[in-house]
Design a protein around this ligand. Structure first.
Ligand code: LLP
Length: 545
């Protein structure tokens, strides 16, 4: 409910005083204002005024505050929105709400009210924050049943019309390649399959962001040699975070110009900076420690500085890489010490860097980063590069709106007009590989227990840990029976000895039989790259189509 106004009434005098509420509420009655939610403490009473029940004129509110001022300090807060969870025994969800409320650490929840009937739990937040809260609540409370036919698009989504459909050639490649994929699984399974043409299309899409001068592929997302070769041949650079990744790219491309490589480590030992500097790649420093403790390494060297823009974004708390609690980047209040250290070390700052997080589909994210870095760059006159990080998200589940690349481009083009001094870099991982990859695994067993059905496949979190680690949602289809109606609702699980070994909960698939091949989509990023031999089960092998 939007358009909600709060009235906060504060006074030490209300404590243990008989009749404070009666006197205060009499003022609301006098002005014909109906109160909706109430929250009380020893020295404050805050109430909400429901726009549906009140014609809220500014003069009425001003008069109310004036009348209340004899009793307490009154303050109007708004515009707010109240977000309500409605259901029987609704308080029982409270223990599950922690992760949602975490998002509100830095924003205010003005009021929380639980209905005496236990049918309603309401949060009042700034109007601009309501959408975010609703989304998080939906993800947390309903994501398991995402394919439940009772949960359609939201009212907002219906009003906005259908999400823009992908341009031709960008629809799921695996539908067209089904026979080839099934044939591959005849040879061997489980398998990660990457679709070369889709990798090329992703590069083409990325280049629509013409305001960006250089792109570096974040190798951590997928280091398959065939994938890297395609990106190398299309002129991308590489972002590496470890000596292992550096060795890997230089091993594959011995003649690679080191200026096409970025080294962006975090809490790395001294020896790794030495190694990267000796290779001649671009090096990013994201803490004062290296400059304080090993200034001699950086003498006469050009480096980039990774700053913390203060506000992280991303698909999960684990992948938000900015903000006071994140271990990444140098904060604004350290800039003074930083300039001193750089001078002492005799280093030159070629550019500034920031990466807010991963899986972002908000188009203004990179412009905000650019503006932050441009302001910081006033202290570094030699800095000519702004590296805006990666983080470009892709659509993973139905109903999600795609990142609007044209909007990203336009916002960065405007930035460039205002700040022609800088060249802009991006270092995306997921965007280039996620959609081009899929995990294929055969069904091993089917189990019915209580009201649940489990469809077991030959590999699980040892190949794809994202659902277990982030609650990530990957589309799952029965590739063997792609043309049959998806009438079975099942939890798709692997063979690993943990209950978290789930690839998807409550998924609607064509009824599975032992030996069927299931396909787990958008598996090209952070899939094989994060796999393990847990339980001594080898993860799925990779193949490039
Ligand atoms: N640059 C830096 C400094 C990064 O830390 C990362 C990712 C990237 C670029 C690339 O971000 P991308 O464009 O792929 O979002 N394992 C998680 C993602 C972790 C991302 C870590 N850093 C997942 O599976 O979602």
């Amino acid at each position: 409910k939007t358009g909600v106004t709060l009235v906060s009434m504060e006074t030490a005098g209300m404590w243990q005083q008989v009749g404070f509420l009666a006197d205060a509420f009499a003022q609301f009655k006098k002005h014909g204002l109906s109160i909706d939610l109430v929250s009380t403490s020893e020295m404050n009473v805050t109430v909400s005024l429901d726009p549906a029940a009140n014609a809220l004129e500014q003069e009425t509110l001003t008069a109310l505050v004036a009348d209340l001022s004899g009793l307490c300090q009154a303050r109007i807060i708004g515009p707010c929105a109240s977000v309500s969870l409605v259901g029987r025994n609704v308080r029982s969800v409270l223990p599950r709400l922690g992760p949602v409320l975490e998002v509100f650490e830095d924003k205010k929840i003005h009021l929380l009210s639980q209905a005496a009937s236990d049918l309603n739990l309401s949060f009042v937040v700034d109007e601009g924050q309501a959408e975010r809260l609703v989304r998080r609540l939906h993800e947390l409370l309903f994501s398991d049943g995402a394919e439940d036919p009772r949960l359609g698009p939201t009212w907002k989504e219906l009003e906005a019309g259908p999400a823009p459909s992908p341009p031709p050639g960008r629809t799921a490649w695996w539908r067209a390649e089904r026979n080839a994929l099934l044939a591959l699984c005849e040879e061997r399974s489980p398998r990660y399959v990457y679709h070369g043409a889709s990798l090329d299309l992703a590069v083409e899409d990325l280049r629509r962001i013409e305001a960006v001068d250089r792109f570096f592929f974040a190798v951590k997302a997928n280091y398959h040699p065939g994938v890297l070769k395609r990106f190398h041949d299309s002129g991308l650079g590489f972002e590496c975070v470890s000596p292992g990744e550096l060795d890997h790219v230089f091993g594959l491309f011995p003649g690679l110009d080191p200026q096409r490589v970025l080294f962006t480590p975090n809490f790395a030992p001294r020896s790794e900076y030495e190694l990267a500097l000796s290779r001649g790649v671009h090096v990013t420093v994201d803490n004062l420690h290296p400059l304080e403790a090993w200034p001699e390494l950086f003498e006469n060297r050009e480096i980039l500085l990774r700053l913390d823009p203060g506000q992280g974004r991303g698909h999960h708390a684990h992948v938000k890489t900015a903000g006071a609690r994140s271990k990444f980047g140098i904060s604004w209040d350290q800039l003074d010490s930083l300039t001193g250290l750089i001078e002492r070390a005799g280093a030159r700052i070629e550019g500034l860097h920031a990466h807010t997080g991963s899986g972002i589909r908000t188009s203004h994210n990179w412009r905000e980063t650019a503006l932050y870095l441009a302001e910081a760059a006033e202290r570094f006159p030699g800095a000519s590069i702004l590296d805006l990080g990666g983080g470009l998200g892709v659509v993973e589940r139905p109903g999600q709106r795609a990142l609007d690349l044209d909007a990203v481009n336009e916002s960065l083009a405007l930035f460039r007009e205002a700040y022609p001094r800088f060249s802009l870099w991006l270092e995306p991982g997921r965007f280039l590989v996620a959609r081009a990859g899929a995990l294929l695994a055969r069904v091993t067993q089917i189990k019915h227990k209580g009201d649940r059905t489990f469809v077991g496949v030959e590999t699980g979190m040892n190949s794809l840990i994202r659902p277990a680690l982030y609650g990530a949602w990957h589309q799952i289809v029965n590739l063997t029976r792609l043309d049959e109606p998806p009438t079975q609702v099942a939890d798709i699980v692997g063979p690993i000895c943990e209950s978290g070994d789930v690839l998807g909960n409550s998924r609607r698939i064509a009824p599975a039989q032992e030996g069927d091949v299931l396909l787990v989509a958008t598996g090209g990023a952070y899939g094989y790259a994060m796999s393990s031999r847990y339980n001594l089960r080898e993860p799925a092998e990779e193949v490039l189509l």
